[in-house]
Design a binder for this molecule. Sequence first.
Ligand code: SF4
Length: 194
Amino acid sequence: MMYQAIDLKQWTYCPRVFYYQRCLPRIRPTTYLMEAGTAEGKTAEGREKRRSLQTYGLTAGTRHFNVPLRSDVLGLTGEADLVIETQQANRVEWIPVDYKLSRKVGKHFKLQLTAYAMMLEEMHAVKVQRAFIYLIPLRKATAVNITTRLRNELSTALKNMRLTETRQQMPPPTAQLRKCQSCEFRRFCNDIAI
Ligand code: SF4
């Protein structure tokens, strides 16, 4: 059962979003926000090519765009918006970067980046210790440390995602009901009161 890093992001945002996506894939609508996010991502890549690496606190490095990633150990695939390859203290460092149409760094974004980091580790036999989220509206890069805690949360999430899909069992709604107000699945969740 292979998952994409984006499945992990959705699970962390609200497990039901993952459930609708994986167990009832035909009902998923395409929203304005999703289309806007894709378009902004393409524009961000163009801007990135003109931007200095100092945005990430680096003086030198090579940028790789739209990097396909895979881990057979985790059962994960994905595509990083950007991976920076740089030399730090006589060793090569790989730093994944993701562009987000958001003004804040949510836990779901951190888990997605942790997935990219762990896939890079398996592919290149290196340790990835940090990543960046580039918040497009703020034009700001925020560092994310790939901690043991994030790695453990990723493993737990993957285990629960597999259980949910195997059992075809709808998870409870998110405890943060403010998320439901702009959720594309709002009309399918009839058991929440907002
Ligand atoms: S409406 Fe709320 S509970 Fe339902 S999928 Fe969306 S965020 Fe989750």
